[in-house]
Design a protein around this ligand. Structure first.
Ligand SMILES: *[C@@H]1O[C@H](CO)[C@@H](O)[C@H](O)[C@H]1NC(C)=O
Ligand SMILES: *[C@@H]1O[C@H](CO)[C@@H](O)[C@H](O)[C@H]1NC(C)=O
Ligand SMILES: *[C@@H]1O[C@H](CO)[C@@H](O)[C@H](O)[C@H]1NC(C)=O
Ligand SMILES: *[C@@H]1O[C@H](CO)[C@@H](O)[C@H](O)[C@H]1NC(C)=O
Ligand SMILES: *[C@@H]1O[C@H](CO)[C@@H](O)[C@H](O)[C@H]1NC(C)=O
Ligand SMILES: *[C@@H]1O[C@H](CO)[C@@H](O)[C@H](O)[C@H]1NC(C)=O
Ligand SMILES: *[C@@H]1O[C@H](CO)[C@@H](O)[C@H](O)[C@H]1NC(C)=O
Ligand SMILES: *[C@@H]1O[C@H](CO)[C@@H](O)[C@H](O)[C@H]1NC(C)=O
Ligand SMILES: *[C@@H]1O[C@H](CO)[C@@H](O)[C@H](O)[C@H]1NC(C)=O
Length: 885
């Protein structure tokens, strides 16, 4: 049992968040439900200037509810989980009640030393480009390799789980603070890269935790204490994201289906409410969608302090409480000993606890976390960079002191991959008369902007990167990391030029306009070049640089860069603009500006920022990245926005636009973007020809039928109440969460006032009898026939330019219905082609790709509307199309 105990200990703590949730109530052994599964959503007030187009919304405002769905589906070892499931149930059958409870509950915030699961490791080591750059690379292999690199570093730190990747936020609004941690507002692109990242991570024996489930689309009002403390609004519960069922399936849950199909072992529920029911006790989301329809066999864990009840959460599908305490360092847990009591008094049936423990252990076995090459002792501490320190961090050295950080360098040569991803994700938006690539032998190279240089406080000078000083290479919050070094653009371009003794000058102070004007004039003289840098940052809601509370307040550039850009571009007629931004920014004026000869979006490139950029600017890498989102002309064109001022005690984020976010909305409303989704230039040119569509014989779609087995239990729970007490002579570390009781009288064990009140327990929530299998279910990811290929599509792509390059061929489908976007991405392949050569690219169109969610049959259906396939270089450059018969 040794490995179980250490496993239980390892699944603990780490991460972020400063605020505390104090607004929860409890009753003995069972806790009340602050959520309301059936409340309708009130109307919302939109931020000034934003008014969703009423034509787009029909159908999207109905059924914005989370109906109660019980019991919680038990795992069955479906799909390729059989071996892991059997190993897990074999162990669970031998575990005591307290051992089972232990694996479901973290020990508390900042208590044990080097715990896993966190950004902590990430903080100590590499700084890879985040999801948004992976999305801009449109490269499945790089997504997998990035996942593998992260997994290797976590593994070598002695960790066994990684809190990522991210597909929630999906990126509903450009201002959303954490969008950059995820991939793209397009669910198909996100789904593919999410799944590849998960497979890469899990290939190293690390458990990937896909997050945040679901509808976690803004930072404002995600937590009550944060809102009140920061004076954003005196709210009583976290805000609620309200969405209809079709939008939920076709947009927000779509990538999670890919994740479950790819075998992700963990899913993190989110801070926000969904349809006015707390996400971490939302039976519709966890029981019905995730474990029912998507057949998820792994475990659901809470975000840090996103759990607000015990029994209600467990019955709604929550399997693990992280970091374990109700409020950081309170010593109390919604589960822990509360769960021990709840099982003993019958509030939670044994089968549910067994299922929680089984799902957690099966996840670990599923990734082969128990094998010697994957299971390594912990060698670092999340809470300090010191070598020696408190073993139980928060409670101080008197409870244990020693070696806490071995400072193991786990980075290997991942810097090479980081540089490659940085270059592969650099999008070339404008390039007049082949301004780029540069030769490096320009008469004078001039560089402008704070965003080109180093943060004077050092690359890690601001806690959790919570400032925008110097060049921007990662956003802020718990998804960030510590730089082991940061190659700035200023340093890399300078080296490029001075290696052969050329002429180089830079000004990284945006306020030095006299000097900027003078240098820009010199740079603009014959044979010179000006390169000007600007940034826009965002991050997690517990930090607020420049009063941006996680979410961005605007879509313009930071650091006072606009005046510098105006000055450089008006004085230098060969200005290249480079943007390091978390997402969309207003650049239509630069697109039109005649002195702006090139525009480059470099996103958040990570530690090799300058090197990745010079690889592209000087032509060692031919750009092949494409925008993972639409850049609009005006903020209001997006049709969605963050809610910055509360519209009630429980803010309502009403997703009235339905599926019409990003290009889906621009195309539907006929709005011209600055640069469309999927757009990106190369140093060569490509032409598309010869679209061929072959219909495959996949047969009819059969809804799943039948029922599950009854809920199994493993082992028996001792009814000798003294066996549930703390062992004698046990030394308790203060504030640590233990599973044992302090009294044999359950009623008085922890002083419950309304012990025994079960009126809040939903109907059927404790039934372990066989349950009907949902029509859209049947295997991890959903009904397996959704993945049947219905058509095979091929197209020829020729490199018609002078240099080798890679093209991202994109396939879109018109689903044809009145509430369908004009086109939706349903395939992409990145191919390298030599000049003068032609390559054939193939795509499979799956049943799922041409289906819509049907609320009446609760299943995916192919509508009768005519469908068309389009292939081309972006969402608005689709030269080839054909009907799908
Ligand atoms: C049980 O949960 C309640 C919150 O519902 C909490 O107040 C109480 O302290 C918990 N008990 C223990 C022993 O953790
Ligand atoms: C839930 O909301 C419905 C509709 O507003 C209301 O009738 C009901 O009383 C609410 N239930 C609880 C427990 O608040
Ligand atoms: C919400 O908006 C709809 C449509 O504009 C309107 O019919 C309804 O009365 C509004 N409801 C409330 C509670 O304001
Ligand atoms: C539960 O975990 C705590 C903390 O790691 C440990 O001290 C205790 O022995 C464990 N109890 C059981 C029953 O496994
Ligand atoms: C919240 O309530 C406090 C105390 O009543 C008040 O001072 C503050 O202005 C309120 N904040 C907001 C954003 O309404
Ligand atoms: C591009 O080059 C051509 C040919 O040298 C020239 O006529 C044209 O003005 C240039 N365009 C721009 C925008 O500089
Ligand atoms: C550039 O800055 C200089 C010095 O402050 C100022 O005189 C000039 O007007 C500025 N030019 C533009 C176009 O903003
Ligand atoms: C946009 O926000 C940034 C960061 O807070 C700020 O520096 C900039 O001045 C703002 N832009 C405008 C036009 O207000
Ligand atoms: C709402 O959902 C119910 C079942 O969940 C379905 O019967 C009904 O048709 C839906 N209504 C709409 C307008 O989609």
């Amino acid at each position: 049992m040794r490995s179980i105990t250490s496993f239980g200990a390892i699944l603990c703590s780490a991460a972020h968040a400063v605020a505390q949730y104090t607004n929860s109530s409890s009753t003995g052994g069972a806790t009340t439900v602050p959520g309301n599964d059936t409340a309708p959503f009130p109307n919302v007030t939109y931020p000034d200037g934003v008014s969703p187009d009423p034509d787009t919304i029909a159908g999207s405002q109905s059924n914005q509810t989370s109906p109660p769905k019980y019991p919680s589906p038990w795992s069955t070892g479906a799909g390729d989980w059989k071996a892991a499931y059997e190993k897990a149930t074999g162990i669970v059958g031998q575990m005591t009640l307290e051992e089972k409870v232990n694996v479901t509950t973290g020990v508390g915030w900042t208590l044990l030393p080097g715990f896993t699961y966190g950004h902590a490791v990430w903080r100590l080591q590499l700084l890879l480009p985040p999801g948004v750059n992976v999305a801009a690379a449109w490269d499945k292999t790089l997504a997998w390799l990035r996942g593998e690199a992260m997994g290797e570093e976590y593994r070598d730190k002695g960790v066994n789980g990684l809190l990522g990747p991210v597909a929630g936020p999906l990126g509903r609004s450009p201002e959303g603070g954490r969008n950059w941690e995820g991939f793209s507002p397009d669910p198909y692109l996100t789904g593919v890269l999410f799944a590849e990242t998960i497979k890469g991570i899990q290939s190293t024996g690390q458990m990937a935790i896909a997050k945040h489930f679901l509808l976690n689309e803004q930072e404002h009002f995600r937590q009550v204490p944060e809102s009140i403390q920061f004076d954003l609004g005196n709210i009583t519960y976290p805000g609620s994201s309200n969405v209809d069922e079709a939008t939920l399936h076709e947009l927000y849950a779509w990538p999670f289906a890919d994740a479950v199909r790819a075998g992700v072992v963990g899913v993190m529920c989110s801070y926000e409410r969904s349809n006015n029911s707390d996400s971490c006790q939302n039976s519709y989301l966890m029981n019905h969608i995730l474990k029912g329809e998507l057949g998820f066999q792994g475990f659901v864990q809470s975000d840090w302090q996103a759990q607000h009840a015990g029994v209600s959460a467990v019955l709604a599908g929550l399997d693990m409480s992280m970091p374990g305490d109700t409020v950081f360092d309170s010593g109390a847990s919604y589960i822990g000993p509360n769960l021990t009591i709840a099982v003993l008094n019958g509030s939670v049936p044994q089968w549910r606890l067994d299922d929680m423990a089984t799902r957690i252990l099966a996840g670990w076995y599923y990734v082969d976390g128990d094998t010697p090459e994957h299971f390594k002792p912990i060698n670092f501490n999340s809470w300090t960079l010191d070598t020696y320190g408190s073993i139980y961090s928060y409670v101080g050295p008197e409870w244990g002191y020693g070696l806490v950080n071995e400072h193991v360098d786990v980075r290997q040569e991942h810097g090479r991959l980081i540089r490659e991803i940085g270059a592969a994700s650099t999008v070339l938006l404008k390039n007049v008369n082949n301004t780029l690539p540069l030769t490096g032998h320009e008469k004078l190279t001039t560089v402008f902007g704070e965003d080109a240089g180093l943060n004077p406080w050092g690359p890690n000078g601001c806690s959790d990167r919570g400032c925008d000083q110097g060049t921007l290479a990662i956003g802020w919050g718990s998804g960030t990391g510590n730089f082991p070094y940061l190659i700035t653009p200023d340093a890399a371009i300078q080296r490029e030029i001075t290696d052969h003794y050329g002429a180089y000058e830079s000004i990284t102070h945006n306020g030095a306009l006299d000097q900027i004007q003078a240098l820009a004039r010199r740079g603009g003289q014959v044979g010179g070049v000006c390169i000007a840098f600007a940034s826009a940052d965002s991050g997690e809601g517990f930090l607020h640089p420049g009063d941006n509370w996680g979410d961005r307040n605007n879509l313009t550039v930071w650091q006072g860069a606009e005046a510098m850009l105006v000055n450089v571009t008006s004085n230098c007629n060969n200005t290249i603009l480079v943007f390091h931004t978390v997402g969309q920014i207003d650049i239509s004026h630069w697109k039109e500006h005649e002195n702006v000869t090139a525009i480059v979006w470099a996103g958040l490139p990570g530690e090799q920022s300058g090197n990745s950029l010079t690889d592209v600017l000087y032509g060692r890498v031919n750009p092949s990245a494409k925008l993972p989102y639409t850049i609009g002309r005006n903020r209001t064109d997006y049709g969605t926005d963050v809610l910055y001022r509360p519209n009630g005690d429980v803010p309502q984020f009403d997703f009235r636009e339905g599926v019409f976010i990003d290009y889906r909305g621009f195309d539907h409303r006929g709005l011209e973007p600055t640069y469309e989704f999927g757009f990106g230039l190369s140093y060569t040119t490509f032409s598309y020809s010869n679209l061929q569509v072959t219909k495959l014989d996949a047969g009819e779609y059969t809804p799943s039928t039948g029922s599950t087995p009854a809920a199994p239990t493993y082992g028996t729970i001792s009814n000798d109440s003294s066996s549930h007490l703390f062992p004698s002579n046990f030394t308790r570390i203060p504030l640590l969460i233990y599973p044992w009781l302090n009294s044999t009288d359950l009623r008085t064990a922890y002083g419950y006032e309304d012990y025994g009140d079960e009126s809040f327990i939903p109907e059927g929530a404790r039934d372990g009898i066989p349950q009907p299998i949902l029509p859209a279910a049947g295997a991890p990811g959903g009904n397996p026939q959704l993945w049947d290929a219905l058509y095979h599509v091929t197209v020829n792509i020729a490199n018609t330019g002078k240099v080798a390059g890679a093209e991202v061929a994109q396939l879109y489908v018109s689903l044809g219905g009145p509430y369908d976007p004009p086109v939706v991405l349903r395939g992409f392949e990145k191919v390298s082609i030599q000049p003068g050569q032609t390559t054939e690219v193939g795509f499979d169109i799956l049943r799922r790709d041409v289906s819509n969610w049907d609320t009446a049959s609760q299943n995916w259906v192919i509508s009768e509307y005519p469908k068309i396939v389009h292939v081309g270089a972006s969402s608005r450059d689709l030269p080839l199309s054909a009907p799908l018969s």
